[in-house]
Design a protein around this ligand. Sequence first.
Ligand code: ASP
Length: 367
Amino acid sequence: MFKFAIIAPVLTMAALALSNSASAQTDREVNWSIAIHGGAGTIEREKITPEKDAEIRAALNKALAEGSRILTAGGSAMDAITATIMLLENDPNFNAGKGAVFTWDKTNELDSSIMDGSDLSAGAVAGVTATKNPILLARAVKDNSPHVMLSGKGADQFSREQGLEQVTPDYYATPRRLKQIEDVLAQQVSAADVDYKFGTVGAVAMDSKGNMAAGTSTGGMTGKRWGRIGDSPVIGAGTYARNRSCAISATGAGEYFIRLGVAHEICSRIWTRFLAVRDEVQATVPKDKDGVPDYYIHASEFMLPDEEVQKIADEVIAELGAIGGTGGIIFATPWGQAGYSFNTPGMYRGRATSDGAMSVSIYGDEE
Ligand code: ASP
């Protein structure tokens, strides 16, 4: 399925039909790919100490290395993203699990979701208060319940019944997050108006069988009230995966991601574009005297070039910006691409592929 060498002639035709530059991806053989994020926002060099910068990069590298290890060993995309997200949840630097932001009432209400692109099974939880790793609870909803989304007390109860590790509220609390909520309460500003509202974690991957998965976990927004739920646990907004098109995890001002259905929107556009480009390339295949093509291009022999995928992700993020939303997404595709798109100054992020490429970045001007 991912033997790009075999399909290179077809891809070259596609690239020529679409743009003047052939895709850099066409010569590569990618068996698996993974991308991760640790939140997007006003992340600028002058706001982060060198020590914090190094700490965040080390945490992202550790999470990426674990996901890569699982995928290299032939593990599933689902297992790779679960393990990766758990590491980020356990790290107090990120707004998920330990280190989650506080609500207006100085509690922690965690949201998480997970989706399997091979069968469209999905699980999500919103406003949970005692599970150490909410991503495991989202996965338990997906695997062990007939539902997609559970919330509040019921979700907490389901977590206990599933035997997941429970923690007391002090587990999530960190001095940094307490200071942030105290600032918000002192200023009496809304959750949407403060600068430290981001920090969600997420991962997307394609495994060596071509299966895709996506997951997201967050404490939401500092100072959120009234049981506010963002995009992170909303399948189609903050998380989506479908083997034929892509896996997406989002971070940013959740209300806007919900309005646009960002994660699903990107996957749908990739699929629609894929079909259109395949038809364009099919039209270039020589035909016999009766008009029958010499060859029919099968979906599995064809891919969208890197720049096409990037363009689609960038367009949706531009539309998010146009309605006032800030944030970003990570993507993985069935063709081995792994990348990002965001409209904030920075996004904690990383990606790795089976051909040995691996990188971690923070600021917008990095790769
Ligand atoms: N998207 C999350 C929310 O709105 C916040 C974030 O990504 O930092 O709850």
